[in-house]
Design a protein. Structure first.
Length: 566
């Protein structure tokens, strides 16, 4: 696993950047560096796309080049403007600078069509009548060669006529395709007369009904790169076997030819990265939407409280490799804590309140305590926290019969209240069912904001909220959406859905929060002292405060590293 403290060096020395640096030194592209991030607008971006965004835009920034945000919008049946808008927002949030507006593959539909006509005229493409199922049968297998389509030897004139009529809408969906004429016995199955165009009488989100034939990805990919003058076309590893086809199309057309480079995609424990599966989770109601804080989508992580800085640093830490691997989710959380610890204001919140009455505190009196906003940030300043006779503590911070190593509040025991006083529990009040409903305590007025003058020590400091001043809130506690490290690892007859965690969300109502959060805005990040990091939810309002738990305080990554080193 990559060393965490070596993020900058790791970013400079990965193999993709080394290729770019060597090309710059040799003058291969006349000193130019042009990359692109080419998402298909058929879903929301996820954490795996964040790795690609930071790689492509990062290389452009570091080498003085540019990176295009280009939508590969060649499939009108699955693409929507909603996805385009969300992708633009996510790319900008992650620091992707692509100028005033993005580019679209659909901008080049006419040029792609003209190039297809050019291939037909060269005898390197033909119109085929085979159905999709027949095409699969004719393609052969990994161990057996394919066989020629009965349409393969049509004349150039006939192919030109049929292709023009396909464009004019004369034929129904699926009745004809345009295929490249390469080699049906090629050892790489992608080279066995691949489909370039299919008929789809569907309205496109940008071009409307101007087209009824649409280019396949393998055909469009290289052409889009060529039009834009891309120098380094950086793809994930599954496109490595498609590179010969990428090269063949560009060479056959004799047009500008970028270099395709493949790197390993991001795999994360307890997570699925398939857009198809993420869409299924949304459509079938397993989550509340694409921005559900349990989703690995960029918008879901943002709503949960992840910072763009933490995600970008995570991408630096994991580096860029040529081999597939799975990254532990704990490393992402480690990078998140590292940033939130430095930037998040501290506040006090009680999730499961237990009433505490300070019996010797003056009736009707209240005072304000000085609290540090963030000890990691010398410029964060302080705030005032109100204190009064009736307080709330966490239920779990009291034990009537304390077990060994439980140092928090118990009958007859003294503890410190954060920024306030020492208190001692004198009486436990229970209801008719025997449940504890109130603690009656006394305080030492000589211990305000610090230690006892006589030097006595306590073993615990607890957070609290004044009952008189507390704000009510709802807090949503999240766990992994799946209870298995590899959700796709299933028994026969099961699917990844059978590995979903039924306890991935716990909604806690009647939480009590200090009044400093009264004016909180959506996506504000906080550290609830002694509990974890939280984010104000986008559904939060003045009438109903809602907070999402981002991550706990305990960092498990160091423990995992120690186990790996044994």
């Amino acid at each position: 696993m990559t060393e965490i403290n070596d993020t900058n060096q790791n970013e400079r020395l990965d193999f993709v950047r080394q290729i770019v640096a060597d090309d710059m030194a040799s003058g291969k592209w006349d000193g130019r560096v042009v990359t692109r991030f080419p998402p298909e607008p058929n879903g929301y971006l996820h954490i795996g796309h964040a790795k690609s965004i930071r790689l492509n835009f990062g290389i452009a920034e570091e080498f003085g080049g540019k990176c295009n945000l280009r939508f590969d919008d060649t499939n009108p049946c699955k693409e929507e403007q909603e996805y385009v808008d969300s992708i633009i927002e996510d790319v900008r949030w992650l620091g992707g600078g692509f100028g005033d507006k993005p580019l679209f593959g659909s901008d080049y539909f006419q040029q792609m069509y003209d190039w297809a006509v050019s291939l037909i005229k060269k005898g390197k493409a033909y119109v085929c009548d085979l159905t999709a199922e027949e095409t699969r049968q004719y393609r052969g297998t990994l161990t057996e060669p394919g066989k020629d389509s009965p349409c393969r030897n049509r004349s150039i004139e006939e192919n030109l006529d049929l292709f023009e009529r396909m464009k004019a809408g004369e034929f129904p969906d699926g009745s004809k395709t345009l295929k490249a004429k390469i080699d049906m016995a090629h050892p790489n199955i992608n080279m066995r007369d691949p489909v370039m165009y299919r008929i789809l009488h569907a309205e496109h989100h940008r071009t409307g009904d101007n087209w009824c034939i649409y280019p396949m990805y393998d055909w469009a990919h290289g052409l889009e790169d060529s039009v834009e003058g891309i120098t380094h076309s950086i793809c994930t590893l599954e496109f490595e076997n498609h590179r010969p086809l990428y090269d063949w199309f560009l060479d056959a057309l004799e047009i500008y030819h970028p270099q395709q480079i493949e790197f390993a995609r991001l795999n994360l424990t307890y997570t699925v990265m398939s857009k198809r599966k993420l869409l299924q989770l949304v459509k079938e109601g397993y989550v509340s939407g694409w921005d559900d804080p349990r989703m690995p989508t960029v918008c879901g992580l943002r709503r949960r409280g992840f910072s763009s800085e933490a995600i970008c640093n995570f991408c630096k830490v994991i580096g860029v490799n040529k081999f597939n691997s799975t990254i532990d989710f704990a490393l992402l959380e480690h990078c998140l804590r590292d940033h939130l610890n430095k930037t998040s204001p501290r506040v006090m919140a009680v999730l499961k309140p237990l009433k505490v009455v300070i019996t010797n505190y003056p009736e009707g009196q209240s005072e304000e305590m000085d609290a540090i906003n963030n000890p990691e940030d010398p410029n964060a300043g302080t705030r005032k926290v109100p204190f009064s006779k009736v307080l709330y503590l966490e239920e779990e911070d009291f034990m009537e019969e304390p077990v060994k190593k439980f140092f928090r509040l118990a009958p007859g025991r003294e503890v410190r209240l954060r920024y306030a006083y020492f208190i001692t529990c004198n009486e436990v009040v229970k209801n008719d069912r025997g449940n504890i409903v109130e603690l009656r305590c006394t305080y030492d007025p000589e211990t305000r904001g610090g230690d006892a003058p006589d030097g006595r020590k306590v073993k615990a400091t607890l957070h609290w909220v004044s009952a008189k001043h507390a704000l009510d809130a709802e807090v949503r506690l999240y766990d992994h959406l799946f209870n298995k490290e590899n959700p796709d690892e299933v028994d026969e007859g099961n699917t990844f859905l059978d590995n979903m965690n039924p306890n991935s969300l716990e909604v806690v109502t009647n939480c009590k929060i200090e009044p400093f959060l009264r004016g909180t805005k959506a996506l504000d990040r906080w550290q609830f002292e002694r509990i974890g990091y939280f984010c104000t939810d986008t559904d939060s309002s003045v009438e109903k405060l809602i907070f999402n738990k981002t991550v706990g305080l305990k960092d498990t990554w160091a423990k995992i590293q120690k186990q790996q080193q044994k």
